[in-house]
Design a protein around this ligand. Structure first.
Ligand code: FES
Ligand SMILES: [Fe+2]
Length: 436
């Protein structure tokens, strides 16, 4: 879709101006991308209606009628397991006057009834009943025309359910593209697959969604500085937590489509964040199966990884926190996070993962606090008139990428680089300017 924004009353935001907000060739960013309300509205229109967005995990929809209430950016969406086993999703908006059709977070339903005037919808999203249909509507309402808007594209990838408003979007695996090698390495490790453990962590941060998504895409750089005190508390014995002393052996991958991941290599001790019980499983039977399925180096030479699938789905393999950064205006996000464990793991391993994620990456997690603090402080700084005029630097490792790494495919840079950040922002700029 090519769009010239000057033609729809947004002269200030021409395609050229929007594309210029990100200069991945010199590694600079215009901070308007983080605070400008009109740019945010364009993100909703041009990025979030055309990208694959994470909806939920299949383990949350075990039987027919199981539903999960989520968002695609700011749009509330209901995801429902159907009687035939398929998964459908539709806008959680009653077509009568726009009330939310379902106000529960999750559960099992035979039908959904709007709490305002009582329009009733079946689990497939068809309008099934209307109060006073006979005397009020004189039987003149065509119920087949007044169902909620369906999400036209739903795909499941290793238990992860994604949706896309764009019926012409590429399929999800093509969307992952050159990132697939890495995501298979994170999500396709065992035949039994994964499941979400425990409930959901949900909290609000006053910051732009891109700070969080980009950090998980690209930023190992902050870890041994921002997280120093947490690292001292959590690192396994033998790993030196002092500043700048974390291993530098590792790589960062930047996808053509804006996704990214980074990781250390050959330092398996970094995978012990969830304690000895979880480590024994993940470094034992889990790893042996992963090596059989994926081979090396994917199965066991990648550790302490971070990743984002553009735009808002992130995961920390090993630590096992899975999350989506729901935008709430240019200066706010809702973080929805879950712990992910092997479905076949013993109960004590699942419990160790649940507690490990709670301690490290949750609303009260010792690492999470550090990250959130940085993002919302930047957002406060960007209230300043002068601060908003300063270009920001995203140039680390510029020009030093390689595509012929002996072990890792795709565009690779040092683990401390901003290769994936430049790829993330390039995708953003191309989409918002209408270039792609
Ligand atoms: S808004 Fe839903 S029935 Fe009126
Ligand atoms: Fe962090």
């Amino acid at each position: 879709m090519k769009t010239d924004s000057t033609s729809n009353g947004r002269g200030r935001l021409s395609s050229e101006m929007l594309r210029g907000l990100v200069d991945e060739k010199t590694g600079t960013l215009d901070p308007r991308i983080y605070h400008d309300r009109e740019i945010y509205e364009l993100e909703l229109e041009r990025i979030f209606t055309r990208s694959w967005l994470y909806l939920c995990h299949e383990s949350q929809l075990k039987k027919a009628g199981d539903f999960f209430s989520t968002y695609m950016a700011e749009d509330p969406v209901l995801v429902v397991r159907q009687k035939d086993g398929s998964v459908r999703a539709f806008l959680n908006q009653c077509r009568h006057r726009g009330m939310r059709i379902c106000r529960a977070d999750c559960g099992n339903a035979r039908a959904f009834t709007c709490s305002y005037h009582g329009w009733g919808y079946d689990i497939a999203g068809n309008l099934a009943s209307v109060p006073h249909e006979q005397d009020g509507y004189r039987n003149e309402i065509d119920k087949s025309k007044w169902g909620p808007l369906p999400v036209p594209r739903i795909e499941t990838y290793n238990g992860l359910v994604f949706g896309n408003w764009d019926k012409d979007a590429p399929n999800f695996r093509d969307y992952l593209g050159d990132m697939l090698w890495y995501t298979d390495g994170y999500f396709d490790r065992t035949a039994g697959g994964t499941e979400v453990i425990g409930g959901m962590h949900r909290w609000v941060l006053q910051c732009n969604w891109k700070f969080a998504a980009e950090q998980f895409c690209s930023d190992m750089y902050h870890a041994d500085f921002s997280h120093l005190s947490a690292l001292i508390a959590r690192l396994p014995e033998g790993v030196d937590p002092s500043m700048g002393q974390m291993p530098t052996i590792g790589s960062q991958f930047s996808s053509r489509n804006g996704h990214g991941t980074g990781f250390f290599t050959d330092v398996n001790t970094l995978d012990e964040f969830n304690g000895p019980v979880a480590a024994a499983w993940y470094q034992g039977p889990h790893r042996a199966e992963a090596i059989r399925r994926l081979g090396e180096p994917r199965a066991s030479q990648i550790s302490a990884a971070h990743m984002t699938v553009f735009p808002t789905f992130s995961f920390l393999p090993g630590i096992q926190t899975l999350r989506v950064w729901h935008p709430r205006g240019p200066g706010e996000i809702e973080v929805w996070a879950w712990a992910l464990a092997d479905r076949d793991a013993p109960a004590e391993v699942k419990e160790a993962v649940r507690l490990g994620v709670l301690r490290t990456f949750s609303a009260g997690g010792i690492f999470e606090q550090d990250d959130g603090e940085n993002w919302l402080e930047i957002q406060k700084v960007l209230r300043g008139h002068m601060a908003r005029r300063q270009k920001l630097n995203v140039a680390m490792g510029l020009g030093h990428q390689q595509t012929n790494h002996p072990r890792f495919p795709g565009k690779i840079n040092n683990v401390y680089a901003e290769e994936a950040a430049r790829g993330f922002y390039r995708q953003w700029a191309q989409m918002i300017s209408g270039e792609i």
